[in-house]
Design a protein around this ligand. Structure first.
Ligand code: RIB
Ligand code: CA
Length: 324
């Protein structure tokens, strides 16, 4: 018998957030308790609408969705990524308006309340700037004791950044929030660009999704057009994309076992120089197979097998009903 895992996702939906949500919502062993959104790829409200639309595609109108912070801890707006994710955040694909609006409870309260109700069983997955999580830690300092595990998609260790030469978007958009989350003392896994840039969606992925013909698979295929345009232009030598948030989702729920994930001390650069927003992972033990140091605060995923995209497609194809 499979036990279902209670999970709350904090995201900035987002093409790859949308695929991660579909993956999780279609996984029978995942109990998706709530989704909270934050300004990142788009503003928090648009991200909440996108989330509701995506969940409705697979009939999951039961999951509460709450928009949260639109500004970083320092009070600035994040750098929206419409050039990556399209004007509406989901690749300019138009979906029907959601049947129900987001819940009226604030995202930070929803995180705390969901954790409280789950009595130690709730895990968190953050695929966006960490502002909501940082605010939740400020509002409820006992949150780390209430949470089973936290997985963060973000940062770059031995890999360049994607918003500056050193900073990745989720960490770099709110470094102060990331610093609070990294220092909170909870059981933490980080899924950086080192692995998400090496799990690649391709035109074959798109073809397989389209061929299936369900509402979810056709959406998943179409949403990749704009995303592939961006990657082809600036990031990859072929038409395709990275697989950031879906990979982090699969690691969070134990569907992907990393090949290499040492426990390291990880901080974040919060100064205003060129390294602002960079993850500072202590990888000095790399030639010694990363012996664990006493100050380690996170498991950092540095290698996966590169085969997750096939499983993502399979989940979306088998989880949703095929075209009639
Ligand atoms: O750097 C990749 C991350 O930034 C992903 O979570 C993407 O959705 C954006 O939020
Ligand atoms: Ca995201």
């Amino acid at each position: 018998m499979t036990t279902s895992q209670a999970l709350l996702v904090d995201c900035d939906t987002g093409v790859d957030d949308a695929l991660a949500l579909l993956y999780l919502a279609l996984s029978p062993d995942v109990d998706l308790r709530a989704v909270t959104t934050v300004g990142g790829n788009t503003d928090a409200r648009q991200a909440a609408v996108n989330t509701l639309q995506v969940l409705e595609l697979v009939g999951r109108t039961d999951i509460p969705v709450a928009p949260g912070a639109d500004r970083t801890l320092r009070g600035s707006l994040p750098h929206y990524a419409t050039h990556v994710h399209g004007d509406n955040g989901i690749g300019n694909v138009r979906l029907p308006s959601p049947a129900a609006p987001p819940v009226t409870v604030d995202a930070v309260d929803l995180i705390i309340e969901t954790a409280r109700q789950a009595e130690g069983e709730l895990s968190l997955l953050a695929t966006a700037p960490l502002t909501n999580l940082a605010l939740a830690l400020r509002r409820e300092p006992r949150l780390p004791e209430m949470i089973r595990h936290v997985t963060v998609m973000g940062g770059a260790v031995h890999h360049p950044g994607n918003i500056t030469p050193l900073a990745e978007a989720n960490i770099g958009n709110d470094p102060e929030a990331a610093a609070l989350v990294l220092e909170a003392g909870w059981d933490l896994t980080i899924v950086p660009l080192d692995v998400t840039m090496r799990e690649n969606l391709t035109t074959a992925t798109q073809r397989d999704l389209l061929a299936h013909g369900s509402a979810a698979s056709v959406f998943a295929a179409r949403v990749l057009d704009v995303y592939f345009d961006f990657h082809e232009e600036v990031a990859l030598p072929y038409r395709g994309s990275a697989c950031h948030d879906p990979l982090a989702a699969a690691i969070a729920v134990g569907h992907v076992t990393p090949l290499l994930a040492p426990r390291l001390h990880v901080g974040v650069e919060t100064g205003d120089g060129p390294a602002r927003g960079a993850l500072v992972a202590d990888t000095r033990g790399m030639y010694l197979s990363y012996p664990e140091r006493a100050d380690a605060n996170a498991r950092v995923v540095l290698e996966t097998d590169g085969r997750f995209p096939e499983r993502l497609v399979e989940r979306i194809r088998t989880g949703g009903s095929a075209a009639a």
